[in-house]
Design a binder for this molecule. Structure first.
Ligand code: NCC
Length: 330
């Protein structure tokens, strides 16, 4: 992929991510709340990590014109040859694995409205961490845009989420759900910004970074299965409850993850947050069209705020592919 990507390419990546994240959220919630056999979410997180590793290896193979020898040389040099770099990548990877599991716990224990409103704290949290950890600076207009976006998404979810929860009838432990989700918010911000710091702070390619990350991801997700669902998996099998829709969740989760990494490389974590917010507006519109969701003025107001925030923040014109130079050490 070309360095110094054009605005059109960045917008394309943000748009694909928006559509993928929107479908992923709708489908994940549907498969977790629909009546019937409940699959083990820890296994889905693991299978998704494996799928991401598979896709990343395919991309690396394509970049090396099908030469398995060249791919293994590159990976050997970066995995066996650079143990410290490999170790550094364990941090975002393990934190993401915690986040992915916490999201499922939050989703299974909270009503959609509470879930979505709490989860939106990711946006200011990520912005703050980007400033603190990457030395990025936001203009006052951009800070305003961040908060307008958060408010807009909360309004959209306040109405949309509540209506969806009535149709799904989720019952769960509120405190467990809220705690899990608060952890997920911090994990999302921290892991995203840390990954960006490692990616943009060195010359190692995105795909090698992803292989490093997904190796840890597979390991930690596997530990998640063993610690949480060992007995269940022994009794019913690893792929218990995997309907075609669950496989689609895996596909969207892995595709979405890979697009997330592309978006972080060519734009940044804050812009990823804007794409995710647009995804929420889109997924609510999809629920209106396909699930009979009825929305009122709060949705219209929220959606307008989201659109306004996107323009206030500015299109991805600024070059965020490199980290700003800091006066003191990184
Ligand atoms: O929560 P969020 O992102 O921060 O999670 C980022 C997801 O991207 C994966 N990732 C990250 C870097 C990398 N190199 N490879 C990756 O696979 C992580 O494993 C993690 O799953 C958001 O900002 O709201 C966003 O939300 C997720 C998802 O909708 C929520 O987490 C709900 O579970 C979106 N992920 C997908 O659509 C698959 C993400 O695009 C945006």
């Amino acid at each position: 992929m070309a360095e110094g990507a054009s605005v059109v390419f960045k917008l394309y990546c943000l748009a694909v991510l928006t559509v993928m994240a929107a479908s992923y959220t709708v489908l994940m919630r549907y498969t977790r709340t629909v009546e019937g056999v409940r699959y083990y979410s820890t296994t889905t997180v693991f299978v998704t990590e494996c799928a991401k590793m598979f896709f990343t290896l395919c991309i690396l193979l394509k970049e090396h014109k099908g030469s398995i020898r060249k791919v293994s040389q590159e990976l050997k040099g970066n995995i066996v040859g650079k143990p410290m770099e490999m170790l550094k990548m364990s941090v975002p990877s393990i934190v993401y694995a915690i986040q992915n599991n916490m999201t499922f716990i939050g989703l299974s224990n909270l009503d959609a409205a509470t879930y979505q409103v709490t989860y939106q704290m990711k946006i200011p949290c990520t912005a703050l961490l980007s400033v603190m950890m990457l030395g990025r600076s936001l203009s006052s207009m951009q800070w305003i845009a961040v908060f307008v976006l958060t408010g807009g998404v909360i309004l959209v979810q306040g109405i949309g989420g509540e209506a969806v929860s009535h149709t799904t009838g989720t019952e769960g432990n509120y405190v467990v759900g809220l705690t899990a989700l608060t952890i997920a918010v911090f994990c999302s911000g921290f892991a995203g910004v840390y990954f960006e710091k490692l990616l943009k702070g060195s010359d190692t390619s995105l795909w090698v970074r992803n292989v490093q990350m997904y190796s840890w991801g597979m390991l930690s997700a596997f530990l998640g299965v063993v610690m949480h669902d060992y007995q269940n998996v022994r009794e019913n099998g690893f792929l218990y409850g995997y309907t075609p829709l669950v496989w689609l969740v895996v596909l969207l989760g892995s595709g979405g993850g890979i697009y997330t990494s592309i978006v972080v490389k060519y734009t940044d974590n804050i812009m990823k947050g804007f794409a995710a917010a647009a995804a929420i507006v889109l997924s609510t519109i999809a629920s209106i069209m396909f699930m009979g969701l009825v929305v009122g003025w709060m949705f219209v107001m929220g959606a307008s705020l989201v659109i306004a925030a996107i323009f206030l923040y500015g299109l991805p014109k600024t070059n965020t592919e490199k980290l700003p130079v800091r006066k003191s050490g990184t």
